[in-house]
Design a protein around this ligand. Sequence first.
Ligand SMILES: CC[C@H](C(=O)O)C(=O)SCCNC(=O)CCNC(=O)[C@H](O)C(C)(C)COP(=O)(O)OP(=O)(O)OC[C@H]1O[C@@H](n2cnc3c(N)ncnc32)[C@H](O)[C@@H]1OP(=O)(O)O
Ligand SMILES: [Co+2]
Length: 139
Amino acid sequence: MKLGRLNHVGVATPSIEKSISFYRDVMGAEVIREPFDLPAQGVKVCFVDTPNSQIELIEPLGESSPIHGFLAKNPAGGQHHLCYEVPDIHAAKAWFEGKGAKVLGEPRIGAHGTLIFFVHPKDMGGVLTEIMETPKGDH
Ligand SMILES: CC[C@H](C(=O)O)C(=O)SCCNC(=O)CCNC(=O)[C@H](O)C(C)(C)COP(=O)(O)OP(=O)(O)OC[C@H]1O[C@@H](n2cnc3c(N)ncnc32)[C@H](O)[C@@H]1OP(=O)(O)O
Ligand SMILES: [Co+2]
């Protein structure tokens, strides 16, 4: 597999509104996208564009959000995951499994509307890693 583009850095936050203000007022980001809910993934999401990638702000949505545990350990929030693009999500899943890495669940639709999966941080040097199929037309 060839390392693909860094699509986004996931940043967990207890308050997506406060984080939007921070990225706008302190970091000088143009936050042009409205936050949106991803109930199936248990998060509220807001993308902050950077010149060559994105910050993905994520706030827990619902009792079973997968980021409650992270925020319990990091109440102010923090860097949560990295997301890389691949041309073929199923080939990528087979690749990581072939390397003995723990893929978390089956590929499912992520915040960009394409299939994604996560690889456990224990197998990724401590970095929770999201793999995302490159949106069509972006290849
Ligand atoms: C998909 C929509 C959107 C998108 O971009 O399209 C998103 O990115 S949504 C992002 C939120 N969703 C997820 O993160 C789903 C995948 N994550 C998980 O399944 C869990 O977070 C998991 C399994 C990685 C950790 O679950 P949990 O925190 O409940 O378990 P533990 O506390 O027992 O943690 C086990 C072990 O892993 C370490 N850990 C946990 N989270 C992270 C992290 N973000 N980065 C690095 N390491 C992490 C934790 O410290 C434990 O380590 P240990 O040494 O055993 O204490
Ligand atoms: Co993500």
